[in-house]
Ligand binder design. Structure first.
Ligand SMILES: CC(C)(COP(=O)(O)OP(=O)(O)OC[C@H]1O[C@@H](n2cnc3c(N)ncnc32)[C@H](O)[C@@H]1OP(=O)(O)O)[C@@H](O)C(=O)NCCC(=O)NCCS
Length: 167
């Protein structure tokens, strides 16, 4: 299921990263090969589909351990139909609370709405402050360097008990 949704994320980012489908008709999907594993974890948000009344995914997130102490948000996608409802914010904050205390989130320079989104999440998740730096994109000298937000969750923040799910 996530493999299908990952293609929708890559399609949404296609103009930003100048990404074309490969010969099999799919965008890049290599990052999915490491999932799932103890240090590569995915989450989905489900909502009853209006046509079937059965739960169907409306959003997903992928995160991975960079080191024992630091995790990275590798992907976050919300269906365009429900964007602006706060689904992405709830999913991001939920996932950030489930793994290591130190986090990094990278986003493309030209993904302006993602930049606004992640800086706002930084303020919410890392109230004592967060850093933003630039990181060149591997093997791509033709695109602007990514932005990377790094923050540490407050010590009192406790992980939620239930899997991410939105009604
Ligand atoms: C970035 C993304 C995950 C945000 O998901 P989302 O569910 O729309 O996020 P939210 O609704 O929590 O917040 C997004 C916007 O809606 C606004 N918003 C949040 N809750 C709202 C509500 N209840 N009513 C109205 N607006 C709301 C926020 O202010 C925010 O505005 P912004 O565009 O200025 O940042 C989504 O746009 C997406 O999937 N984009 C394509 C993929 C992508 O770029 N992923 C990130 C790669 S790093």
């Amino acid at each position: 299921m996530v493999a299908w949704l990952f293609q929708l994320l890559r399609h949404d980012l296609a103009l930003v990263v100048r990404g074309l489908p490969y010969e099999d008709g799919r965008y890049a999907h290599g990052p999915l090969e490491a999932y799932p594993s103890p240090d590569h974890v995915g989450y989905a948000v489900w909502r009853d589909h209006p046509n079937t009344s059965r739960p169907a995914p409306i959003a997903f997130a992928l995160c991975e351990a960079v080191t024992v102490a630091r995790w990275s948000m590798a992907a976050l996608w919300v269906s365009p139909v429900v964007r602006g409802e706060g689904v992405g914010t709830r999913l991001a904050l939920d996932v950030l609370a489930r793994h290591g205390d130190e986090w990094e989130v990278a986003f493309q320079h030209d993904n302006v709405s993602a930049g606004r989104f992640w800086r706002r999440i930084g303020d919410l998740a890392f109230p004592s402050g967060w850093d933003e730096s630039r990181r060149p994109v591997t093997r791509r000298v033709d695109v602007p360097a990514d932005h990377v937000i790094v923050g540490t969750r407050p010590p009192s923040a406790s992980a939620p008990g239930a899997p991410a799910r939105a009604g």
